[in-house]
Design a protein around this ligand. Structure first.
Ligand code: ZN
Length: 236
């Protein structure tokens, strides 16, 4: 799907403001973080469609990039609120890279995002099972596969060097993306890997496919830029 318009800061900010307004929060995005306890009234349950879920993810990233994070749902009150149950509005499959923390870069808190991580943001049976749980059972409405610039797993697969232990088991998951990019250029392969993994999710999981057909879920792609903090949409 085309998400270009949803990556525009203006649109995202309006969306974020709209969500805050809907939830009754009397705070302005961009106010000093120390005064933003009211941001905890932000309620992911107000997100009812896959489009809204994707927009909120991108709006959160726009807040992060602009230095206007609200750090929603990070209080002890929220922690206790989600003890009995969780209803994350989004699921994210990202790389395990320590520089790519989804809750921080999407400006979300406890109970908001169902995060699965593996080096190279690869799709394995275990991760499919986890993401099926996050979407079908818990109700996440967007499933974002997120690669990132400077990904060591992608770099190593392109190089094909011998590595110790079982690190090379990652290669076979990323190799299809390498094979599809004639230039073997790192960032191009990284984008292609997001497409390959997203396609794999949609085709190998009848659960995900059905949720998408029922318009209860959208599978989206993105690449996080280590240098800017920005997530750029990748059409998948
Ligand atoms: Zn990585």
């Amino acid at each position: 799907m085309n998400t270009d318009n949803q990556t525009e800061t203006g649109v995202s900010r309006r969306r974020a403001l709209g969500l805050l307004a809907l939830s009754g929060a009397a705070v302005a995005v961009g106010a000093a973080p120390a005064t933003l306890h009211a941001a905890d009234v932000f309620d992911p349950a107000s997100i009812t469609t896959p489009e809204q879920a994707l927009a909120e993810l991108m709006a959160g990233n726009a807040r992060f990039v602009a230095g206007r994070t609200v750090g929603p749902n990070r209080s002890m009150a929220r922690l206790k609120e989600v003890v009995p149950t969780q209803r994350p509005f989004a699921a994210v499959l990202s790389c395990a890279d320590s520089r790519v923390p989804p809750e921080i870069l999407f400006d979300q808190g406890f109970g908001d995002v169902f995060v699965c991580r593996a080096a190279g943001n690869i799709v394995t049976p275990e991760l499919i099972g986890s993401l099926e749980f996050g979407t079908l059972v818990l109700g996440s409405k967007v499933l974002m596969v997120m690669g990132h610039t400077g990904c060591g797993a992608v770099k190593a697969t392109i190089a094909g060097d011998a590595v110790p232990g079982q690190i090379s088991t990652l290669y076979r998951h990323i190799q299809p993306a390498v094979d599809r990019v004639a230039s073997r250029e790192l960032e191009a392969v990284t984008r292609e890997n997001v497409r390959v993994q997203a396609r794999l999710l949609r085709t190998s999981s009848p659960v995900v496919a059905q949720l998408v057909r029922d318009k209860k879920l959208v599978v989206a792609g993105g690449v996080y830029d280590l240098a800017t903090g920005r997530v750029t949409a990748v059409e998948v």
